[in-house]
Design a protein around this ligand. Structure first.
Ligand SMILES: [Zn+2]
Length: 951
């Protein structure tokens, strides 16, 4: 017997034996909580949940498959249920909503939905009709559970609720079903729940574990909260990037429920929270709903009191960000949040020594659900009346939104426009195109400046704010969400006292800034010369006899087109300057396939055509490579050869799962090309030569010296290293791989950074005095920009100020990005690009590097006749700088980040390092900065490194 066989036999034997000797636990968690959740007089033809579980209902976490099995059985067993499949997750799990009501109501669902629709449009329905509809309508409730996969008790409560509603013979439940449509969305995130259930299985021992720090309670990276691509689905309700949210929102909007319950869990040592949010509350929200929220919370609180269960309302629950499930609050539906303290399996030991069992948390969610349904039953008609009044107001001249329109200016970025159209129409927002130029006064720009008179070009996208979804339109398109002075006071107090915050999410979120689209807000109701929005036509013209084929570079899909063709072995070029060929104007960044570059490719044109069809992007055939006058010709240096990217994402423990997930998703969703995800613990010994592009999502893992030197060697040999946020911070603090520094680390050299900045400013604004230049006599009259400033600040003061200013960094607000419009990284971006900004590293780019995007839009100000010094930098005369665009950016923070770089590019050996100060792909929704990242990933290996010729 050789040694290997011996060892493995031994291992098998050991495993077998130890399974035999496991001890029974000294107690079971079923001892902990004796109360019965499903306590009723039930119809025996409906299966009890225990039938579907391998444990007693409520004592453990049911898997998505177990709940699914129950749902499919109930569909067969009951005529009080209609099952709707509203989507499929990335991992192939079905997403189900169950419509539960009396059989009579179930037979009438279409009529009920039509009536709800009629009641939602004050333009086509009158008061008399509305009253009739309200009299006939049942109440409608949407009950949704466990959107965060590791917040499990909600879905278990849902399973019990479904059974209880279907099986109970109780007259109260019959009455409920006769008067109400209850839509149960039992597992909002089956992929996340499945991941967590798997970890419960893996970390389960023999004895119950009540220690909330142990792996069975926490799970491990990337945790169960998020979906397959590690997206937080409870931030996706407006941006609709994931199949779970897309299907769900379509169905909710069809049903227009009166309440939407969203059942979560929070910290294990907490209790239970529900009830209306505290400030800041988004000002567009229907105020009636706050009144109703209190009524529901009171009933729920009384029920908890009666049962001797602890709870609270408000506290940390705020509602400024409209992309939670509470987007429904802007559509007239009352959103109700549950937050149960989180425990998996057996229960959690609390500081007072008691153990709260999992079953009790399921019970809390179950009782809350039934209590809310009963409150709705009593108040439904009054809530419908309020709803109807609100819907009438939205379309009237009297609403606060009535005289406001949002305008998105025309762009060649057709795919991005199509995306915004898709998101807005998913929310039933009506959008138009102007067929004539429109002259408007006092249009508000994204920068916050107003234009006295603006001509809106033909073909702009017009969204008048006087329409049924007016509050939601305003919430997601207004440039700045209003925050009360009182809230700002409290926030500043928290910041100063201990660096905490009362803001729970980003304070800026509007669609046009997220998407990097130029837009204005017009203070009038635009309704003339409009036609319904029609998408631009796609023309795929791929002529076999052409010498080259080209797609427009401003369109984001051009990057996907390039990536997908390179993957199929084609040689591609990109034009780095605007061009005019065969009478066609195309922007820099346009992607070209030249027949001569691809002599060996059979079916060249059919490959191009198929790829364009898959992506739905226009292609033109060109028969001449001559560009008039100074414009580029096809054989010149502006037609730059690309290199196929071979991509790996560094991943796992230590990296932000959100940023890893969204990078991964971005490659799959936008490009659909092959790439690898590497466990970073492998970096020291993996064969990195397989990749020419490495992505480092934001992460907190410091590389050790060996790993760093492997990485450095790889870059030197021609690799492109792309890093975000905290990974950028790690690389710049190492100081050996990049010359970029954080502002706090560069104060001694601030003069050098200012000189580089002044060179950029001066190069953009050149005027030549011929006499002065051609004078042969030596002059002493030379201007040095840094000498013009009267207020240079010494290092010591800078240091102190920096430390103070660093207290006030934003957490998710827009600042303006000034783009280098010659650099390849900015293909397809607008000149002033909104940057979602938080407490990011503040990048200082010295002479060896390029600051591709800097913070601050330079605007004219003729009153400013001297250089103005802001921290380390000078603003030239005649100008001023706009930094804040939207959300909370304290003036201290604006000053601190002004003129720093958001994106840098720097050569290192034959390769390059591209650093993002922030997270350019945030939530899959910052399409403006996502484009920069896609450019870096797809074009980096060709445009920023030394070309490699294979021998
Ligand atoms: Zn949650």
């Amino acid at each position: 017997m050789n040694k290997f066989i011996q060892t493995s036999l031994l291992l098998t034997l050991t495993a077998y034996c130890s399974a035999e000797v496991l001890k029974n636990p000294t107690s079971y968690s079923s001892d902990l909580y004796k109360k019965v959740i499903l306590n009723g007089n039930y119809d025996s033809s409906i299966d009890h949940p225990n039938i579907f579980l391998d444990f007693k209902y409520g004592e453990r976490v049911a898997s998505p498959e177990q709940i699914e099995h129950a749902i499919n059985t109930y569909k067969q067993q009951s005529n009080k249920i209609k099952l709707v499949n509203y989507g499929t997750t990335h991992e192939g799990r079905p997403l189900h909503a169950l419509i539960i009501s009396s059989p009579d109501n179930i037979a009438q669902l279409d009529t009920i939905k039509e009536n709800l629709s009629a009641l939602s449009d004050g333009r086509t329905t009158n008061d008399r009709e509305a009253k009739k509809i309200i009299d006939s309508l049942p109440a409608v409730a949407w009950m949704a559970y466990s959107i965060h996969g590791n917040e499990t008790s909600g879905s278990d409560a849902a399973l019990g609720l479904i059974y209880h509603l279907l099986a109970s013979n109780d007259p109260e439940i019959n009455n409920l079903l006769e008067n109400m449509i209850i839509i149960v969305d039992p597992i909002m995130n089956p992929d996340g729940r499945a991941r967590f259930v798997k970890s419960l299985e893996q970390y389960r021992g023999t004895a119950p574990n009540y220690d909330d720090q142990s792996l069975i309670h926490t799970g491990d990276w990337p945790y169960g909260r998020t979906n397959h691509y590690y997206f937080d689905l409870n931030r996706d309700w407006l941006y609709l990037t994931q199949p779970e949210t897309q299907g769900r929102v379509a169905l909710i909007n069809e049903w227009k429920p009166q309440i939407l319950v969203d059942a979560h869990e929070m910290g294990a040592q907490d209790t239970f929270m529900t009830g209306p949010a505290r400030e800041p509350i988004n000002k567009n929200m229907d105020r009636d709903l706050i009144k109703w929220g209190n009524i529901f919370a009171q009933d729920q609180g009384s029920e908890f009191d009666r049962r001797n269960w602890r709870f609270y309302t408000g506290e940390w629950h705020e509602d400024l960000y409209p992309g939670y499930s509470f987007y429904v609050n802007f559509r007239g539906t009352l959103g109700i949040l549950y937050e149960q303290s989180r425990m998996a399996e057996d229960g959690v030991r609390r500081p007072e020594g008691t153990i709260q069992s999992y079953k009790e948390s399921v019970h809390h969610q179950f009782v809350s659900s039934l209590t809310n349904l009963n409150t709705l039953l009593i108040n439904s008609k009054n809530m419908y009346n309020d709803y109807w009044e609100g819907r009438k107001l939205n379309v009237s001249k009297e609403s606060k939104w009535a005289n406001q329109s949002f305008v998105i200016l025309p762009t060649k970025n057709t795919s991005r426009i199509n995306t915004i159209v898709d998101k807005l129409t998913s929310q039933n927002i009506e959008i138009f195109k102007n067929t004539k130029e429109i002259i408007v006064k006092n249009a508000l720009k994204q920068s916050g400046d107003t234009i006295d008179e603006l001509v809106i070009p033909i073909g702009s996208m017009i969204i008048p704010n006087r329409q049924p979804e007016a509050p939601l339109i305003s919430a997601i398109l207004e440039f700045d969400a209003e925050i009360d002075e009182e809230v700002l006071k409290k926030e500043r107090e928290a910041t100063l006292k201990d660096g905490s915050s009362i803001m729970y999410d980003t304070t800026a979120f509007n669609f046009t800034m997220m998407y990097g689209l130029d837009a204005v807000t017009v203070p009038e109701h635009i309704n003339n010369n409009l036609s319904m929005w029609q998408p631009a036509l796609v023309e795929i013209d791929v002529d076999d006899d052409a010498i080259m084929w080209i797609v427009e570079g401003e369109d984001d899909l051009s990057v996907s087109f390039a990536a997908r063709l390179m993957e199929q072995g084609l040689q591609l070029r990109i034009v780095d300057k605007d061009i005019n060929l065969s009478g066609k104007n195309l922007s820099r960044g346009s992607v070209v396939v030249i027949a001569m570059d691809n002599p060996g490719i059979s079916e060249l044109t059919s490959t191009i055509k198929r790829t364009a069809q898959n992506l739905n992007i226009s292609v033109s055939s060109l028969f001449s490579g001559f560009g008039p006058e100074e414009l580029p010709d096809w054989g010149g240096r502006h037609f730059r050869l690309l290199t196929k990217p071979q991509i790996a994402i560094l991943s796992h423990e230590g990296f932000s799962s959100y940023d890893v997930g969204v990078s991964w998703w971005s490659l799959d969703h936008h490009l659909g090309i092959r790439h690898s995800q590497l466990n970073t613990s492998m970096i020291g010994y993996a064969d990195l030569r397989r990749y020419n592009t490495l992505i480092m999502p934001s992460g907190y893992r410091s590389l050790d010296q060996n790993e760093l030197s492997v990485l450095k060697d790889w870059v030197k040999q021609g690799g492109t290293l792309i890093a975000n946020n905290s990974s950028t911070r790690m690389l710049i603090s190492d100081k050996s791989i990049t010359s970029i520094r954080d502002v706090s680390d560069s104060i001694e050299n601030s003069h050098e950074y200012n000189i580089k900045l002044q060179r950029e400013f001066l190069s953009k604004n050149i005027s030549i005095d011929l006499d002065y230049v051609n004078n042969n006599k030596l002059t002493s009259d030379i201007s040095y920009p840094w000498e013009e400033s009267e207020n240079r600040i010494d290092s010591d003061t800078l240091q102190k100020r920096d430390k103070w200013q660093s207290l006030f960094m934003p957490s998710g607000a827009f600042v303006s990005g000034r783009t280098d419009d010659k650099h390849w990284l900015t293909f397809g971006t607008i000149n002033t690009l909104p940057l979602l900004y938080s407490n990011y590293p503040i990048l200082m780019a010295g002479s060896g590097s390029k600051a591709v995007i800097r913070v601050g839009e330079l605007t004219k100000n003729n009153n400013q006749d001297k250089y103005k010094t802001i921290n380390w930098s000078d603003i030239p005369p005649g100008n001023e700088l706009n930094v804040r665009m939207s959300g909370l950016v304290w003036p201290e923070a604006s000053v601190r980040i002004a003129n720093s770089a958001y994106l840098t590019q720097e050569r290192y050996g034959k390769g390059q390092i591209i650093l993002f100060s922030g997270e350019p792909n945030f939530r899959g929704s910052t399409l403006g900065t996502n484009r920069l990242w896609l450019n870096s990933v797809v074009y980096g290996s060709g445009l920023g490194t030394s070309p490699r010729i294979k021998p």
